[in-house]
Design a protein around this ligand. Sequence first.
Ligand SMILES: Cc1cc2nc3c(=O)[nH]c(=O)nc-3n(C[C@H](O)[C@H](O)[C@H](O)COP(=O)(O)OP(=O)(O)OC[C@H]3O[C@@H](n4cnc5c(N)ncnc54)[C@H](O)[C@@H]3O)c2cc1C
Length: 335
Amino acid sequence: MRKGKFIKVRRWGRIYFFGIVSKSDNFKQQFYGVLVSLINELIVSFVQLLPKSIVKKFSNRYIAGDSLQDAVYVVRELNKKGIYATVDVLGEAISTNEEATASKQACSDVLDAIRKLQLKANLSIKPTQMGLKLDEQFCYEQVLSLVEKSKAMHSFVRLDMEDSSCTDATFRLLKKLRETHDNCGVVVQAYMRRTLSDVIALNALKPNIRLCKGIYIEPVSIAFKGKEEVRKNYLEVLKWMFENKNYVGIATHDSFLIDEAIKLIDALKIPRDAFEFQMLLGVREDLRDYLAESGYKVRVYVPFGKDWYLYSIRRLKENPNIAGQIVKNLFTRNR
Ligand SMILES: Cc1cc2nc3c(=O)[nH]c(=O)nc-3n(C[C@H](O)[C@H](O)[C@H](O)COP(=O)(O)OP(=O)(O)OC[C@H]3O[C@@H](n4cnc5c(N)ncnc54)[C@H](O)[C@@H]3O)c2cc1C
């Protein structure tokens, strides 16, 4: 289509309408794009209202399955491609010591599988699942037993970072664990305004830190909200960690951040064994495989278990194409 301004009759399904076309012929795409992003926002706002069966269907790609066997299968497939894994037993909403102990047992079973099957994998845990909000000392003892077990098999335990009500307690837990064990690390979230000072405070531990953007909804008083602000903080924190020789798990699917991270790695001559890229199962597999094939160490977060619901809701809310997929499904499922 030539550039310029003229009237054109357009057909949208069975509806004909007139429109002014200017500059280029991307009107239809733009209109469709706006429509999809509006539907997207609407679906994201109401995603909790979707029937569980729909949530399950669309979140299958993010979860290895219900059982440890399912997780083992996925980890093996990743390992075949030279990609490492970190396994997460799904579940965060526990309210008794017994439930926390059962969660710890499930994590211990993961470690047994990693050892027996020689999987290239470690463990990620949610501190609240281990009882952080019930009793910090009890939680410490639970996590310590996992860290000790993983130490004996030369593996590693990552403390995921949850919402801001857990941040201080999670750092306390890490510091106590690191007094005796170096095979454990934590996560920091670039959307938190406090993160650079947290990383500076952790530096004395020579830590191993996963840097992510952050997923929980936090007030603007403590968290950056704008996409660019979060990116800027991400890169500032990353640069600081590289310069201070922290081992970093660069956990993002954001191509811009990955490009910038690689520029930093090259400019600062960061050795390949001082960092790894980390991604979530089912997200940007193209980019993940590309990084692995380019010789970077890549680790995938592999969640499994029957408590898939909350994790799935968080992933669906982040999927920029969720509206498109759900709408497509509505129109194709009976054919
Ligand atoms: C290994 C790992 C561990 C994590 N651990 C934690 C943690 O402990 N605590 C915490 O708060 N957060 C954690 N997160 C989540 C993180 O904070 C972000 O919410 C999440 O990674 C999305 O941010 P992004 O950097 O990928 O950027 P985004 O801007 O959200 O995404 C970049 C691009 O990735 C793709 N994408 C992202 N999400 C999806 C999706 N669900 N479906 C399809 N495509 C998608 C899209 O193409 C999107 O444009 C973790 C993330 C990773 C990768």
